[in-house]
Design a protein around this ligand. Structure first.
Ligand SMILES: C[C@](O)(CO)[C@H](O)COP(=O)(O)OP(=O)(O)OC[C@H]1O[C@@H](n2ccc(N)nc2=O)[C@H](O)[C@@H]1O
Ligand SMILES: Nc1ncnc2c1ncn2[C@@H]1O[C@H](COP(=O)(O)OP(=O)(O)OP(=O)(O)O)[C@@H](O)[C@H]1O
Length: 274
Protein backbone atom coordinates (compact mmCIF):
# COMPACT_ATOMS: atom_id res chain seq x y z
CA UNK A 1 0.00 0.00 0.00
CA UNK A 2 1.31 3.38 -1.06
CA UNK A 3 0.94 6.94 0.28
CA UNK A 4 2.37 10.34 -0.60
CA UNK A 5 3.23 12.36 2.52
CA UNK A 6 3.11 16.07 1.67
CA UNK A 7 4.57 19.15 3.34
CA UNK A 8 3.05 22.00 5.34
CA UNK A 9 3.90 25.67 5.29
CA UNK A 10 3.31 27.96 8.25
CA UNK A 11 1.22 31.04 7.50
CA UNK A 12 2.29 33.22 10.42
CA UNK A 13 4.06 31.71 13.41
CA UNK A 14 3.90 33.40 16.82
CA UNK A 15 5.80 31.84 19.69
CA UNK A 16 3.72 33.03 22.61
CA UNK A 17 5.20 31.39 25.73
CA UNK A 18 7.66 28.89 27.10
CA UNK A 19 6.01 25.98 28.89
CA UNK A 20 7.15 24.24 32.06
CA UNK A 21 7.93 21.10 29.99
CA UNK A 22 10.48 23.08 27.93
CA UNK A 23 8.33 23.20 24.79
CA UNK A 24 6.73 26.42 23.53
CA UNK A 25 3.14 27.40 22.92
CA UNK A 26 2.61 28.86 19.50
CA UNK A 27 -0.04 30.13 17.09
CA UNK A 28 0.10 29.33 13.40
CA UNK A 29 -1.96 28.34 10.40
CA UNK A 30 -0.78 25.12 8.79
CA UNK A 31 -1.40 24.88 5.06
CA UNK A 32 -0.72 21.64 3.10
CA UNK A 33 1.26 21.85 -0.13
CA UNK A 34 1.75 19.07 -2.71
CA UNK A 35 5.50 18.60 -2.41
CA UNK A 36 5.63 14.91 -1.56
CA UNK A 37 7.64 11.91 -0.43
CA UNK A 38 6.47 8.40 -1.34
CA UNK A 39 5.91 5.79 1.36
CA UNK A 40 5.04 2.13 0.85
CA UNK A 41 4.45 -0.76 3.25
CA UNK A 42 4.36 -4.42 2.31
CA UNK A 43 3.56 -7.23 4.71
CA UNK A 44 6.48 -9.59 5.02
CA UNK A 45 5.04 -12.54 7.01
CA UNK A 46 8.16 -14.72 7.02
CA UNK A 47 10.67 -11.98 7.88
CA UNK A 48 12.80 -12.62 10.97
CA UNK A 49 12.70 -8.95 12.00
CA UNK A 50 9.72 -6.67 12.52
CA UNK A 51 10.69 -4.06 9.97
CA UNK A 52 13.14 -3.39 7.18
CA UNK A 53 13.51 0.19 5.98
CA UNK A 54 14.60 0.79 2.39
CA UNK A 55 15.48 4.43 1.77
CA UNK A 56 15.67 6.09 -1.64
CA UNK A 57 16.16 9.64 -2.89
CA UNK A 58 17.68 12.30 -0.63
CA UNK A 59 19.71 10.97 2.27
CA UNK A 60 18.54 11.50 5.86
CA UNK A 61 20.90 11.53 8.81
CA UNK A 62 20.50 8.83 11.46
CA UNK A 63 19.95 5.08 11.80
CA UNK A 64 16.78 3.34 10.55
CA UNK A 65 15.54 3.13 14.17
CA UNK A 66 15.67 6.95 14.36
CA UNK A 67 13.50 7.36 11.31
CA UNK A 68 10.08 8.68 12.20
CA UNK A 69 8.31 6.14 9.93
CA UNK A 70 9.89 3.35 11.99
CA UNK A 71 8.91 5.08 15.23
CA UNK A 72 5.35 5.33 13.92
CA UNK A 73 5.33 1.62 13.00
CA UNK A 74 6.72 0.58 16.41
CA UNK A 75 4.13 2.73 18.18
CA UNK A 76 1.27 1.01 16.33
CA UNK A 77 2.92 -2.41 16.68
CA UNK A 78 2.99 -1.96 20.46
CA UNK A 79 -0.76 -1.32 20.48
CA UNK A 80 -1.92 -3.72 17.75
CA UNK A 81 0.77 -6.43 17.31
CA UNK A 82 1.27 -5.91 13.59
CA UNK A 83 2.93 -8.37 11.20
CA UNK A 84 6.50 -7.64 10.01
CA UNK A 85 6.72 -5.09 7.20
CA UNK A 86 9.03 -3.92 4.45
CA UNK A 87 9.02 -0.10 4.37
CA UNK A 88 10.04 1.84 1.28
CA UNK A 89 10.58 5.57 1.78
CA UNK A 90 11.44 7.79 -1.18
CA UNK A 91 12.66 11.16 0.19
CA UNK A 92 11.98 14.13 -2.00
CA UNK A 93 11.17 16.66 0.75
CA UNK A 94 14.31 18.39 2.04
CA UNK A 95 15.09 17.90 5.76
CA UNK A 96 15.72 20.70 8.21
CA UNK A 97 13.57 22.89 6.02
CA UNK A 98 10.67 23.74 8.34
CA UNK A 99 8.37 21.88 5.96
CA UNK A 100 7.54 19.05 8.38
CA UNK A 101 8.73 16.32 6.03
CA UNK A 102 9.66 13.83 8.75
CA UNK A 103 6.48 14.60 10.70
CA UNK A 104 4.40 14.02 7.58
CA UNK A 105 6.07 10.67 6.88
CA UNK A 106 5.26 9.60 10.46
CA UNK A 107 1.62 10.72 10.29
CA UNK A 108 1.11 9.05 6.90
CA UNK A 109 2.64 5.84 8.29
CA UNK A 110 0.05 5.84 11.09
CA UNK A 111 -2.71 6.34 8.50
CA UNK A 112 -1.30 3.66 6.17
CA UNK A 113 -1.13 1.07 8.95
CA UNK A 114 -4.63 1.97 10.12
CA UNK A 115 -6.04 1.56 6.60
CA UNK A 116 -4.00 -1.45 5.49
CA UNK A 117 -4.61 -3.53 8.61
CA UNK A 118 -8.14 -2.17 9.16
CA UNK A 119 -7.36 -1.19 12.74
CA UNK A 120 -10.40 1.07 13.06
CA UNK A 121 -8.54 3.87 14.88
CA UNK A 122 -10.41 7.21 14.73
CA UNK A 123 -8.78 10.34 13.28
CA UNK A 124 -8.86 11.91 16.75
CA UNK A 125 -6.96 8.97 18.25
CA UNK A 126 -4.49 9.01 15.36
CA UNK A 127 -3.85 12.69 16.17
CA UNK A 128 -3.08 11.73 19.77
CA UNK A 129 -0.60 9.06 18.62
CA UNK A 130 0.92 11.50 16.10
CA UNK A 131 1.49 14.21 18.71
CA UNK A 132 3.72 11.81 20.67
CA UNK A 133 6.02 11.50 17.63
CA UNK A 134 6.53 15.23 16.97
CA UNK A 135 4.82 18.56 17.60
CA UNK A 136 4.00 19.02 13.90
CA UNK A 137 2.78 15.48 13.29
CA UNK A 138 -0.86 15.73 14.32
CA UNK A 139 -1.66 18.27 11.60
CA UNK A 140 -0.90 15.73 8.87
CA UNK A 141 -3.64 13.34 10.01
CA UNK A 142 -6.49 15.54 8.70
CA UNK A 143 -4.06 17.41 6.48
CA UNK A 144 -6.20 20.44 5.70
CA UNK A 145 -5.71 24.17 6.41
CA UNK A 146 -6.11 24.70 10.13
CA UNK A 147 -5.32 27.14 12.94
CA UNK A 148 -3.06 25.51 15.52
CA UNK A 149 -2.21 26.42 19.12
CA UNK A 150 -0.55 24.63 22.02
CA UNK A 151 2.64 22.98 20.77
CA UNK A 152 0.98 22.84 17.36
CA UNK A 153 -1.58 20.13 18.11
CA UNK A 154 -4.69 22.00 19.33
CA UNK A 155 -6.77 22.80 16.27
CA UNK A 156 -9.57 25.19 15.31
CA UNK A 157 -11.12 25.52 11.88
CA UNK A 158 -10.03 28.43 9.71
CA UNK A 159 -11.89 29.91 6.76
CA UNK A 160 -9.12 30.15 4.20
CA UNK A 161 -8.67 29.01 0.64
CA UNK A 162 -5.64 29.86 -1.47
CA UNK A 163 -6.90 27.73 -4.36
CA UNK A 164 -5.29 28.84 -7.62
CA UNK A 165 -2.40 30.70 -5.96
CA UNK A 166 1.03 29.58 -7.03
CA UNK A 167 3.91 28.83 -4.70
CA UNK A 168 7.68 28.79 -4.92
CA UNK A 169 9.66 27.15 -2.13
CA UNK A 170 13.38 27.77 -1.91
CA UNK A 171 15.70 26.02 0.53
CA UNK A 172 19.32 27.04 0.66
CA UNK A 173 21.93 24.56 1.77
CA UNK A 174 21.69 25.75 5.38
CA UNK A 175 20.53 23.55 8.25
CA UNK A 176 18.61 25.18 11.08
CA UNK A 177 18.06 23.02 14.16
CA UNK A 178 14.45 23.39 15.36
CA UNK A 179 15.51 22.94 18.96
CA UNK A 180 18.19 25.64 18.66
CA UNK A 181 15.82 28.02 16.87
CA UNK A 182 13.33 27.74 19.74
CA UNK A 183 16.08 28.37 22.29
CA UNK A 184 16.88 31.74 20.64
CA UNK A 185 13.28 32.99 20.81
CA UNK A 186 11.85 35.48 23.31
CA UNK A 187 8.20 34.44 23.45
CA UNK A 188 5.65 37.25 23.34
CA UNK A 189 2.05 38.01 22.41
CA UNK A 190 1.89 39.18 18.79
CA UNK A 191 0.77 42.68 17.78
CA UNK A 192 -1.48 41.09 15.15
CA UNK A 193 -2.75 37.68 16.29
CA UNK A 194 -2.33 35.12 13.50
CA UNK A 195 -6.04 34.30 13.46
CA UNK A 196 -6.86 37.99 12.83
CA UNK A 197 -4.11 38.63 10.28
CA UNK A 198 -5.08 35.57 8.24
CA UNK A 199 -8.65 36.88 7.73
CA UNK A 200 -7.26 39.97 5.94
CA UNK A 201 -6.60 39.93 2.16
CA UNK A 202 -3.35 38.18 1.16
CA UNK A 203 -2.02 41.54 -0.13
CA UNK A 204 -1.97 42.80 3.50
CA UNK A 205 -0.15 39.79 4.99
CA UNK A 206 3.25 41.26 4.22
CA UNK A 207 2.87 43.73 7.10
CA UNK A 208 0.82 41.68 9.54
CA UNK A 209 1.54 37.95 9.23
CA UNK A 210 4.88 37.35 10.93
CA UNK A 211 7.05 34.28 11.50
CA UNK A 212 8.80 35.00 14.84
CA UNK A 213 11.76 32.78 13.94
CA UNK A 214 12.85 35.15 11.16
CA UNK A 215 14.14 37.74 13.65
CA UNK A 216 16.65 35.30 15.13
CA UNK A 217 17.39 33.06 12.14
CA UNK A 218 17.99 35.77 9.47
CA UNK A 219 20.92 37.44 11.30
CA UNK A 220 22.58 34.03 11.74
CA UNK A 221 21.94 32.95 8.13
CA UNK A 222 21.58 36.12 5.99
CA UNK A 223 21.07 34.04 2.83
CA UNK A 224 17.60 33.04 4.06
CA UNK A 225 16.51 36.69 4.44
CA UNK A 226 18.00 37.46 1.03
CA UNK A 227 15.85 34.75 -0.58
CA UNK A 228 12.74 36.26 1.01
CA UNK A 229 13.66 39.70 -0.36
CA UNK A 230 14.26 38.23 -3.81
CA UNK A 231 10.87 36.52 -3.83
CA UNK A 232 9.19 39.87 -3.12
CA UNK A 233 11.38 41.50 -5.77
CA UNK A 234 10.20 38.86 -8.27
CA UNK A 235 6.53 39.61 -7.61
CA UNK A 236 5.47 37.46 -4.65
CA UNK A 237 2.34 38.76 -2.92
CA UNK A 238 3.52 37.23 0.33
CA UNK A 239 6.81 35.61 1.29
CA UNK A 240 7.94 34.06 4.56
CA UNK A 241 10.26 31.53 6.09
CA UNK A 242 8.40 28.29 6.93
CA UNK A 243 8.61 26.93 10.49
CA UNK A 244 12.08 27.34 11.94
CA UNK A 245 13.63 27.42 8.45
CA UNK A 246 15.62 27.15 6.41
CA UNK A 247 13.11 27.15 3.55
CA UNK A 248 11.30 30.26 2.35
CA UNK A 249 8.07 30.26 0.35
CA UNK A 250 6.56 32.90 -1.90
CA UNK A 251 2.88 33.08 -2.88
CA UNK A 252 2.15 34.37 -6.37
CA UNK A 253 -1.14 35.38 -7.94
CA UNK A 254 -3.04 32.87 -10.09
CA UNK A 255 -1.89 33.28 -13.71
CA UNK A 256 1.36 35.07 -12.77
CA UNK A 257 4.28 33.69 -14.79
CA UNK A 258 6.66 32.35 -12.17
CA UNK A 259 10.18 33.70 -12.56
CA UNK A 260 13.14 31.59 -13.63
CA UNK A 261 15.77 32.42 -11.04
CA UNK A 262 19.26 31.03 -10.89
CA UNK A 263 19.61 30.41 -7.15
CA UNK A 264 22.97 28.72 -7.61
CA UNK A 265 23.99 25.17 -6.87
CA UNK A 266 22.91 23.33 -3.73
CA UNK A 267 19.64 25.24 -3.57
CA UNK A 268 16.38 23.27 -3.58
CA UNK A 269 13.57 24.91 -5.57
CA UNK A 270 9.94 23.80 -5.87
CA UNK A 271 7.19 25.41 -7.95
CA UNK A 272 3.58 24.38 -7.62
CA UNK A 273 -0.06 25.34 -7.25
CA UNK A 274 -2.13 25.56 -4.08
C1 LIG B 1 8.63 25.14 14.15
C2 LIG B 1 7.49 24.23 13.71
O1 LIG B 1 7.83 23.55 12.50
C3 LIG B 1 6.25 25.06 13.44
O2 LIG B 1 5.30 24.36 12.69
C4 LIG B 1 7.19 23.19 14.78
O3 LIG B 1 6.82 23.82 15.98
C5 LIG B 1 8.32 22.22 15.00
O4 LIG B 1 7.75 21.00 15.30
P1 LIG B 1 8.56 19.62 15.22
O5 LIG B 1 9.66 19.73 14.22
O6 LIG B 1 7.55 18.52 15.08
O7 LIG B 1 9.21 19.62 16.63
P2 LIG B 1 9.70 18.38 17.52
O8 LIG B 1 10.48 17.44 16.68
O9 LIG B 1 8.52 17.85 18.29
O10 LIG B 1 10.66 19.15 18.53
C6 LIG B 1 11.98 19.54 18.26
C7 LIG B 1 12.44 20.47 19.37
O11 LIG B 1 11.87 21.78 19.15
C8 LIG B 1 11.45 22.38 20.37
N1 LIG B 1 10.01 22.68 20.31
C9 LIG B 1 9.23 22.10 19.34
C10 LIG B 1 7.89 22.44 19.24
C11 LIG B 1 7.35 23.37 20.18
N2 LIG B 1 6.06 23.74 20.13
N3 LIG B 1 8.14 23.92 21.12
C12 LIG B 1 9.47 23.60 21.20
O12 LIG B 1 10.18 24.13 22.05
C13 LIG B 1 11.81 21.40 21.48
O13 LIG B 1 13.08 21.78 21.98
C14 LIG B 1 11.95 20.07 20.75
O14 LIG B 1 12.88 19.22 21.37
N1 LIG C 1 11.29 10.25 7.68
C1 LIG C 1 12.11 11.27 7.95
N2 LIG C 1 12.30 12.26 7.04
C2 LIG C 1 13.12 13.29 7.30
N3 LIG C 1 13.81 13.45 8.45
C3 LIG C 1 13.66 12.50 9.40
C4 LIG C 1 12.81 11.39 9.19
N4 LIG C 1 12.84 10.64 10.30
C5 LIG C 1 13.69 11.25 11.15
N5 LIG C 1 14.20 12.37 10.64
C6 LIG C 1 15.12 13.29 11.33
O1 LIG C 1 14.41 14.51 11.61
C7 LIG C 1 15.22 15.65 11.31
C8 LIG C 1 14.31 16.80 10.81
O2 LIG C 1 13.51 16.33 9.79
P1 LIG C 1 12.33 17.12 9.05
O3 LIG C 1 12.38 16.75 7.61
O4 LIG C 1 11.03 16.85 9.73
O5 LIG C 1 12.79 18.61 9.25
P2 LIG C 1 12.07 19.96 9.32
O6 LIG C 1 11.74 20.38 7.94
O7 LIG C 1 12.94 20.82 10.14
O8 LIG C 1 10.71 19.68 10.07
P3 LIG C 1 9.86 20.65 11.01
O9 LIG C 1 9.07 21.53 10.13
O10 LIG C 1 9.01 19.60 11.69
O11 LIG C 1 10.81 21.37 11.90
C9 LIG C 1 16.24 15.18 10.30
O12 LIG C 1 17.49 15.75 10.56
C10 LIG C 1 16.33 13.66 10.46
O13 LIG C 1 17.48 13.26 11.15
Amino acid sequence: MLAFPNIKINLGLSITEKRPDGYHNLETVFYPVALEDALEIRTSPNADRKFTLHQHGMEIAGNPEDNLVVKAYLLMDKEFHLPPVEIHLYKHIPSGAGLGGGSSDAAFMLKLLNDHYQLGVSEEQLEVYAATLGADCAFFIKNRPIFAEGIGNIFSPVELSLNGYQIMIIKPNVFVSTREAFSNIHPHRPKYPVMEAIQRPVQEWKDTLINDFEASVFPQHPVIGEIKEELYHQGAIYASMSGSGSSVFGLFAPGFVLPEINWGTDVFCFKGKL
